[in-house]
Design a protein around this ligand. Structure first.
Ligand SMILES: [Zn+2]
Length: 171
């Protein structure tokens, strides 16, 4: 299995190559779309690819927030299709992150309710839900592009693992 350094280099090189190709060859390149894709691709490549299923460099890069990946590591066997599937890997991690975000928001609201009372917490929850609905309605394309960035970074990671394994067996 290639080390984190190899994965990092491939992430950067493919991100630059992809951004250049998009700028040069897309009929109408959109700066915001390109930035969302490159940003999520780099983020997913460095800190949100398949090796979050073990205590890897990707996992350590989450710093004090790395605890959010402990349940993932407990559930997902290393290099299984759940973490290293070409499409499932990135998609499941994007969904996992969304779920973690919702859990943290719920925990925050529960805490807020203890301090400010149930009514204030309900009001805050309604505001949050409206804001989230608004975001989903206003930026469907951007969200789709971000998910694609996650999936592609996961796929490139898995391909790199596969090529490296093949070379090690062959030579
Ligand atoms: Zn891997």
């Amino acid at each position: 299995m290639p080390g984190a350094r190899t994965h990092d280099i491939i992430t950067v090189v493919t991100a630059i190559g992809g951004a250049a190709a998009y700028g040069l060859y897309a009929p109408q390149p959109d700066l915001a779309h390109g930035a969302v894709f490159t940003g999520t691709y780099l983020f997913a490549g460095f800190a949100c690819a398949g090796d979050l299923d073990i205590k890897s460099a990707q996992y350590r890069r989450w710093g004090p927030l790395r605890f959010i990946w402990l349940p993932y590591q407990k559930i997902v066997p290393h290099r299984s299709w759940i973490s290293h599937g070409m499409i499932a890997g990135g998609l499941i991690r994007a969904l996992y992150l969304a779920l973690v975000f919702l859990c943290l928001a719920a925990a925050g609201l529960a805490l807020y309710s203890q301090v400010q009372g149930a009514e204030a917490a309900q009001q805050a929850a309604r505001t949050q839900i409206e804001a989230m609905k608004g975001f989903l309605a206003d930026y469907p394309t951007h969200i789709g592009i971000a998910i694609a960035g996650f999936i592609l970074a996961g796929a490139v990671h898995t391909l790199t693992d596969a090529v490296s394994t093949w070379f090690k067996r062959r030579f």
